[in-house]
Design a protein around this ligand. Structure first.
Ligand SMILES: [Cu+2]
Ligand SMILES: [Zn+2]
Length: 176
């Protein structure tokens, strides 16, 4: 009887430790200057993935307020040239959308990009520390994708603007 309890406790501890160690620190770079602005910790939880930013950018780079925050489909933060125009962070591709919904929405939506996250909150000094949660994502599927921060906010819809209205890509990190 006692041995069974001990085994159960050890098992519970091992399972808990295994879950707790499922995390990665993603370095984030300002796409214009290529300088590091901090990191985002991605962490497995039994209910989804937690994204905890620790960003200290200048308010010139990350303006105070909300910013579109998504997982993008390719593990690249490089620039691309499209119709003669350079798109910073264009190499990351679009929002992670394994079910090909072609629709932008909430992190907990059922018929939209799986990479849609709650918006990132940046305080008056350019700091972002508020964690967000994505219940549909799993930690293991994130490898080889990227995390993107946009210039503007996110209304989690394709109206009036496509992709939540986030606009230009400001900062990016590859999930290795
Ligand atoms: Cu994005
Ligand atoms: Zn989206």
């Amino acid at each position: 009887m006692k041995i069974r309890i001990v085994i159960a406790l050890i098992t519970a501890f091992l399972v808990k430790t295994a879950i707790a160690q499922d995390f990665k620190i993603i370095q984030m770079a300002d796409l214009k200057t290529k300088t590091n602005i901090g990191s985002i910790k991605i962490e497995a939880s039994p209910l989804g993935v937690i994204f905890t930013p620790q960003l200290t950018a200048s308010p010139m780079i990350l303006t105070p307020g909300l910013h579109g925050f998504h997982v993008h489909q390719k593990g690249s933060c490089s620039s691309i040239v499209k119709n003669g125009k350079t798109i910073l962070g264009g190499g990351a591709g679009g929002h992670y959308d394994p079910y090909i919904t072609n629709a932008h929405g909430f992190a907990w939506g059922q018929y939209n990009h799986k990479g849609d996250l709650p918006a990132l909150y940046v305080d008056a000094s350019g700091k972002a520390e508020n964690p967000v949660f994505a219940p549909r994502l799993t930690f293991s599927e994130l490898k080889g994708l990227s995390i993107m921060i946009h210039m503007n906010g996110d209304n989690h819809s394709d109206h009036p603007k496509k992709l939540g209205g986030g606009g230009s890509r400001v900062a990016c990190g590859v999930i290795e």
